[in-house]
Design a protein around this ligand. Structure first.
Ligand SMILES: NC(=O)c1ccc[n+]([C@@H]2O[C@H](COP(=O)([O-])OP(=O)(O)OC[C@H]3O[C@@H](n4cnc5c(N)ncnc54)[C@H](OP(=O)(O)O)[C@@H]3O)[C@@H](O)[C@H]2O)c1
Length: 318
């Protein structure tokens, strides 16, 4: 059977790399767009067999280039997203303007599918610029390409993430760890492979929902996540409820760094539960339930954050 051409924006990230493996193994040919081929190509090209992957360096706002790429594709998937703003890379540009342009071109060239990855909880988090820009992006997309599919994942984890791995790094080093909002914010973490199963399902079946919330099988609070990670890396730490004013003060300082640990906007986002809303279909409703359990999955890679590294695993126990 002829391989289908799939264009992926943001394919060098956590979700992108998992997705390239999933799609190319299932006879899709992918073209991955990156800002810097020299920096990212080695990460991207190892995700698929030769002949199934092409990597293109592009400025995502260069319309002529976008046109050529989209014209030659049947499916387009947008995974580009940022957690904090930098010069030129604003939430508005990345989450609202760019998806709107891509949706318009997908419509113009009559693409079969346009899948956009948004984020869970953006209707509620009204004071977060991140959430506002994601919501505006969704509206623009649906205006320009009404049959687009928008996936809203809760927090996504895997060995390649910036979530469990960053927290394990910090928990390993710091004697005390701050609990924002007393650690009560709830999440439904979804494993990256479960999310890519959902993306695959949406492009290989006819799904007639525009917005799908993508959640894992468990609801876990921020404090419970930290307790689970501490237990997995075999450490005991003080989890200290942090006064909000102090949290915002430290975030003001942190966001001056090139890769901030936390920003004020992320603090605002953290105030809202990140769980299914009941207003939209979830991956469970469309027949792709997520199966992977947080503890069981993180257990597979957490050993490098334990004392003894690989020697702390059952494999090396006498
Ligand atoms: N991970 C999560 O927990 C989570 C949860 C909810 C929603 N999401 C959404 O899911 C999508 C993918 O997430 P991810 O975790 O895979 O993200 P990621 O690992 O941070 O990767 C994001 C990708 O976006 C591209 N990118 C970043 N800034 C860009 C810019 N200024 N211009 C052009 N491209 C840029 C990068 O590509 P190059 O560097 O190759 O150009 C990168 O590969 C994002 O939209 C994110 O908001 C993620």
């Amino acid at each position: 059977m002829k391989a289908k051409n799939c264009l992926i924006f943001g394919g060098s990230g956590q979700i992108g790399r998992h997705l390239i493996r999933k799609l190319t193994k299932n006879n899709y040919r992918v073209t991955v767009i990156t800002r810097n081929i020299h920096q990212k190509s080695y990460k991207i090209k190892t995700q698929a067999n030769a002949g199934y992957i092409e990597i293109v360096e592009a400025n995502i706002f260069e319309e002529n280039k976008l046109r050529k790429l989209i014209k030659n594709s049947e499916i387009c998937i947008n995974l580009i997203g940022i957690l904090y703003e930098k010069k030129g890379s604003t939430f508005k540009n990345i989450h609202s303007v760019f998806p709107s342009i891509v949706a318009q071109l997908c419509k113009e060239y009559n693409l079969k599918h346009f899948i956009h990855i948004s984020a869970l909880g953006i209707n509620d988090a009204i004071d977060s610029l991140y959430a506002q820009s994601k919501l505006e992006g969704e509206k623009n997309i649906l205006k320009n390409f009404p049959q687009a599919i928008i996936l809203r994942p809760s927090i996504v984890y895997s060995v390649d993430d910036n979530f469990t791995t960053n927290f394990m790094n910090l928990l390993r080093k710091l004697p005390i760890f701050p609990l924002y909002y007393s650690g009560k914010t709830k999440f439904m973490p979804i494993h990256c492979s479960d999310l890519t199963d959902i993306i695959y399902h949406t492009i290989s079946n006819n799904i007639n929902s525009n917005i799908i919330e993508c959640v894992g099988p468990e609801t876990i609070s921020f404090k419970e996540i930290l307790i689970k990670l501490l237990s997995l890396i075999d450490k005991e730490r003080i989890l200290l409820p942090f006064p909000l004013q102090l949290a915002f003060l430290t975030a003001t300082f942190f966001q001056l760094f090139p890769k901030p640990l936390i920003t004020k906007d992320q603090l605002r986002l953290l105030k809202y539960d990140n769980i299914s809303s009941g207003k939209y279909k979830t991956n469970f409703d469309i027949g792709v339930p997520s199966k992977r359990i947080f503890d069981e999955e993180v257990k597979k890679y957490c050993y490098m954050w334990r004392d003894g590294g690989q020697f702390s695993t059952e494999k090396y126990e006498k």
